[in-house]
Ligand binder design. Structure first.
Ligand code: ADP
Length: 294
C-alpha cells in the first residue's frame, strides 16, 4: 500500500514554485530520508501532506485520503513533528499529554507516557525545565501517541546536539519497526540519518531528483575521478569537503576506475545535477534532473 501518492503535485507561493510536478509514491513502512538544501521544497511537501497547505495543481493522497478535503481523516492518519517542538512553556509534560488527548479522542496517552518514562523524562516537569533533546522527545512521543500510521518530521534534528539526535533516531526507528509506522524525515544531516533510513528522497528546486531505497542507491552509484566527465551514467560533478571535484556515476560495482559512493556523495551529486537545471517559469516545464534520476 502507498502511504503517500502524488501526481503532478505543484505548489506556488506568489511567483515561487516551491514544488513542481512531483510524482511520488512512498510505500507503507520504513523511514524515508527527505533531503535537499534550504528552499528545496521539503517543508512545502510535508505541509501539503498534513493538509496545512493546498496544492496549486496536481493531486495528493496520504494513507488513501486527500488531506485538504478530508481534514478529520488527515488528522487521524498523519502525525507531524515540527523543527521546533511547539510546547507550552508553563505546561508540564503530563499536561501536554492531556491537552493532546482533549484534541484527539483516540490519543493513546499511555503509549506516549511509557516512551517518556523509558527515556527518564519527568512527566511532572514544565516544558521550560526540559533540554532541547527532551522537548524533541516529548514532541515525538505526542506524535506517536496519536497512533497515526504516517509520521512526517520536518527537520526535528536541526537544533539538537549529536547525542540527542541519536536518541531521537533510536526512538523513531523503534516506532517504525515495532508499530509499523511510515515515517518521512526531512533532514540536512545525511550521514546521521543514513543508518535508520530505508529510502532516500532528494528534492532540489521543488523537484524530485532521486527517490529509491538506500540499498539500491548505494548499489547503483560509484565515484570516479574528476577527469571522468564523459563516463557512462554520469550524474554530475560534485565537490568534496576540501573543494576537490569528483564524478558521481550511476554504474554497477564492476565499473572500472571507480569506488563505492557514500550516501552523502550521492546526495551531493544529485543536488549538483539539480542546480544545473534552470529555474522554471511554470511547473509544466521539463525537469531535466528527474530524467537524470529515472
Ligand atoms: P525547504 O523546507 O526545503 O527549506 P520550503 O518548502 O520551506 O523549502 O520552501 C520552498 C520555496 O518556497 C522557497 O523558495 C521558499 O522561500 C518558498 N516558500 C515557502 N513557504 C512560503 C510562503 N509561505 N510564502 C512564500 N514563499 C514560501
Amino acid at each position: 500500500m502507498a502511504a503517500i501518492e502524488t501526481s503532478g503535485l505543484s505548489k506556488r507561493y506568489r511567483r515561487t514554485w516551491a514544488l513542481s510536478e512531483v510524482d511520488l509514491t512512498v510505500h507503507a513502512g520504513g523511514i524515508t530520508a527527505l533531503v535537499g538544501p534550504n528552499g528545496a521544497g521539503k517543508s512545502t511537501l510535508l505541509k501539503l501532506c498534513v493538509g496545512f497547505e493546498r496544492p496549486t495543481a496536481g493531486s495528493l493522497r496520504v494513507w488513501g485520503l486527500d488531506p485538504t478535503r478530508d481534514r478529520a481523516g488527515a488528522v487521524a492518519s498523519v502525525g507531524y513533528v515540527p523543527q521546533d517542538p511547539s510546547l507550552y512553556r508553563e505546561l508540564t509534560v503530563e499536561e501536554h499529554l492531556g491537552f493532546a488527548a482533549s484534541l484527539r479522542p483516540r490519543f493513546d496517552a499511555e503509549h506516549a507516557r511509557s516512551r517518556l518514562r523509558r527515556l527518564q523524562i519527568p512527566l511532572s516537569a514544565p516544558a521550560t525545565d526540559l533540554s532541547g533533546g527532551q522537548q524533541a522527545q516529548v514532541s515525538l512521543a505526542i506524535a506517536l501517541g496519536t497512533r497515526a500510521p504516517v509520521l512526517l518530521l520536518d527537520e526535528p534534528l536541526a537544533n539538537l546536539d549529536p547525542l540527542a539526535r541519536r536518541e531521537f533516531l533510536t526512538v523513531l526507528g523503534e516506532a517504525v519497526r515495532v508499530d509499523g509506522v511510515t515515517a518521512v524525515l526531512a533532514s540536512h544531516v545525511v550521514a546521521e540519518v543514513e543508518p535508520v533510513c530505508d529510502r532516500l528522497l532528494v528534492l532540489g528546486q521543488g523537484r524530485v531528483l532521486l527517490h529509491e531505497t538506500v540499498g539500491q542507491s548505494l548499489a547503483h552509484h560509484r565515484v570516479a575521478p574528476e577527469g571522468a566527465v564523459d563516463a557512462p551514467g554520469l550524474v554530475a560533478l560534485f565537490p568534496d569537503r576540501a573543494g576537490a571535484f569528483h564524478a558521481l556515476v550511476r554504474a554497477s560495482a564492476d565499473a572500472p576506475a571507480t569506488r563505492p559512493a557514500t550516501m552523502e556523495e550521492i546526495v551531493m551529486g544529485y543536488l549538483s545535477a539539480g542546480r544545473a537545471v534552470p529555474t522554471p517559469g511554470a511547473p509544466g516545464e521539463a525537469a531535466a534532473a528527474v530524467a537524470v534520476a529515472s
